[in-house]
Write a protein that binds this ligand. Structure first.
Ligand code: C5P
Ligand code: MG
Length: 169
C-alpha cells in the first residue's frame, strides 16, 4: 500500500443480510439469542460480525468479507465469524491503525433484542479490544415492511472509525 495515501483517520461502513431459517441458531455478535429460528448461511451467519468485518476492511480499502473468506470454501463452512473479525483487525493493525469506535444497528422484526444489548456490546468490545463505551449496538424493526419486516431476513449495519497510531508494516 502507498504509505503517503494514509491519513490519520479513516471511516468504514458495512452492511449484511441473511435469510431467516427455522431450526438454525440465531447468533448476533457472537451471542446465541433464544429463538425458534436463526439465520441461514455458509458460516455461523453472524450478520453483525459480518457487517463489522466489512466496515473494518472498507476503512482501509481492503475489499470485502467474501474476498478474504469465500463462502464457497469448505474451510469456512459453519465458521465462527469471530475469526473473520479478528483477521480484519489484524490487517488494520498491520497497517498501523487501531479502531477508535464502532457503531452498529441490527434490523430484525422479532424477537426483541434489547435484553441482549449489554451481552452483544460487551462481546463485540472484547473481540475488538475496545472499552464497551466505544461500541454502539442498536436495534430496529422494519415496521412490518419488506423482507425484514415480513420476518424473512435480518440485516445489520456498521460504521467504524480507525485511527493511525504507528507506521504500518
Ligand atoms: O423499530 P422500532 O423503532 O419500533 O424499535 C423500537 C425499539 O425496540 C428499538 O429502539 C429497540 O430498542 C427495540 N428493538 C428490540 N429488538 C428488535 C427491534 C427493536 O429490542 N428486534
Ligand atoms: Mg453474512
Amino acid at each position: 500500500m502507498d504509505q503517503t495515501a494514509l491519513t490519520q483517520f479513516r471511516i468504514g461502513q458495512g452492511w449484511d443480510s441473511h435469510q431467516i431459517e427455522a431450526g438454525r441458531p440465531l447468533i448476533l455478535g457472537g451471542i446465541t439469542i433464544p429463538s425458534e429460528f436463526g439465520l441461514a448461511g455458509h458460516s455461523d451467519a453472524d450478520v453483525l460480525f459480518h457487517a463489522v468485518t466489512d466496515a473494518l476492511l472498507g476503512s482501509l480499502g481492503l475489499g470485502d468479507i467474501g474476498m478474504h473468506f469465500p463462502d464457497t470454501a469448505a474451510e469456512w463452512k459453519d465458521a465462527d465469524s469471530e475469526t473473520f473479525l479478528r483477521q480484519a483487525m489484524q490487517l488494520i493493525g498491520q497497517r498501523g491503525y487501531a479502531i477508535a469506535n464502532v457503531d452498529t444497528t441490527i434490523i430484525l422484526e422479532r424477537p426483541k433484542l434489547k435484553d441482549f444489548r449489554a451481552a452483544i456490546r460487551d462481546n463485540l468490545a472484547r473481540v475488538l479490544s475496545l472499552p464497551p463505551g466505544c461500541v454502539g449496538v442498536k436495534f430496529k424493526t422494519a415496521e412490518k415492511v419488506g423482507p425484514v419486516g415480513e420476518g424473512r431476513s435480518c440485516e445489520a449495519q456498521a460504521a467504524v472509525l480507525v485511527s493511525r497510531t504507528r507506521p504500518g508494516e
